[in-house]
Design a protein around this ligand. Structure first.
Ligand SMILES: C[C@@](CO)(OP(=O)(O)O)[C@H](O)COP(=O)(O)OP(=O)(O)OC[C@H]1O[C@@H](n2ccc(N)nc2=O)[C@H](O)[C@@H]1O
Ligand SMILES: Nc1ncnc2c1ncn2[C@@H]1O[C@H](COP(=O)(O)OP(=O)(O)O)[C@@H](O)[C@H]1O
Length: 308
């Protein structure tokens, strides 16, 4: 275990939904989905340092999100309550993933906190137990806890790992912040899509997103982004958010496409991974950083680590 006074650093990868359709609705109002979660080799970095006074405090992170609503802080407090852990934690997050863009940043931060504190607090909870706990925080948390790109059903929590191949993706943040709960309430949403089989998806590897028609009509920036992506190749909308993606075969193709797409929003180039970078990190010695660096700046160089 790392020295308790030291900050340890943990990846919180972003995701894409390569397919997202709604097949029904549960009696509690939650929707039944079919989705494909593609984990990426890019995302936020979560810094954690155990506290002996039992408090869970945020030192840096999601700007504009009140501390008590921050999914990372809520994850720490939930695990503490559920496990009876006496230790607390300082939490600092180097946010890279645009918020509310369908890239899963908040859920991934929460999952990383659950897995890393399970280690730092020496709780030894199973992945199944952490995934079940994480579901209380959001439907997207379990896939990040399990750490595999996956075919998803249920509310997104019934997961079957998939080998998707390591494609490159150009992520395009159209800076349209969409509210997941409000979009799910929309009258125009198709809620009775016929169930697909995994084989139907595998033939194309990118499917429809039920929220795309809605967001197209509400946000011209998203319509323009989706049109530009369609001209360049295969891609679509991720999650319920304003984030879009283009899938390509190589880094060179991604660089070229990003030049075109940059006119429409911030572009990020990332690679799809079948296994979360967090899982790889959990298998090796923790990365550490000096306190002054984590607490005083939101900059990679200052955190003193290479990108994970
Ligand atoms: C639809 C997805 C696809 O990844 O959208 P994104 O959030 O990534 O954009 C997610 O599963 C979203 O998961 P997550 O963002 O964790 O949502 P939650 O906090 O659990 O739910 C927010 C609200 O959305 C609605 N909701 C969410 C998931 C679901 N399967 N059915 C729903 O009806 C509910 O009204 C819920 O109160
Ligand atoms: N640690 C966090 N990082 C990002 N967003 C957070 C966090 N904690 C709470 N949130 C809230 O969750 C919302 C959804 O954000 P996020 O999970 O990043 O994207 P999405 O659900 O679109 O994939 C944000 O708009 C924000 O209000």
């Amino acid at each position: 275990m790392a020295d308790a006074s030291q900050w340890t650093l943990w990846p919180a990868p972003a995701k894409l939904n390569l397919l997202l359709q709604i097949t029904g609705r549960r009696s509690d109002g939650y929707h039944l989905l079919q989705s494909v979660f593609q984990l990426l080799d890019w995302g936020d970095t979560v810094a954690l340092r155990p506290r002996s006074d039992g408090q869970c405090r945020r030192r840096a992170g999601a700007e504009g999100v009140p501390v008590d609503d921050d999914l990372a802080v809520r994850a720490a407090r939930l695990l503490q309550t559920a496990s009876g852990a006496r230790l607390g934690a300082d939490i600092a997050i180097l946010k890279q993933i645009p918020m509310g863009g369908g890239f899963g940043g908040g859920s991934s931060d929460a999952a990383t906190v659950l897995l890393a504190l399970n280690r730092l607090w020496a709780l030894d909870w199973s992945i199944d137990a952490l995934a079940e706990l994480g579901l209380q925080l959001g439907a997207d948390v379990p896939v990040f806890v399990r750490g595999r790109s996956a075919w998803a059903e249920g509310v997104g929590d019934v997961l079957q790992p998939m080998t998707l191949g390591e494609f490159w993706y150009v992520l395009l943040d159209c800076a349209v912040h969409s509210e997941t709960a409000a979009l799910f309430q929309s009258a125009e949403l198709t809620r009775n899509a016929p169930g697909l089989k995994m084989a139907d998806f595998v033939s194309s590897m990118v499917g429809r997103n039920a929220f795309a028609p809605l967001l197209r009509s509400r946000a011209p920036r998203i319509a323009a982004a989706l049109d530009a992506i369609a001209r360049l190749g295969i891609g679509g909308l991720t999650g319920t958010g304003g984030g879009c993606f283009l899938r390509v075969e190589s880094r060179a193709e991604a660089d070229a496409a990003a030049v075109t797409l940059a006119a429409l929003g911030r572009c990020i180039i990332a690679r799809g991974v079948d296994r979360s970078p967090l899982m790889l990190q959990l298998d090796s010695a923790p990365l550490t950083a000096a306190a002054g660096r984590v607490e005083t700046t939101q900059n990679w160089d200052w955190w003193g680590v290479a990108k994970w």
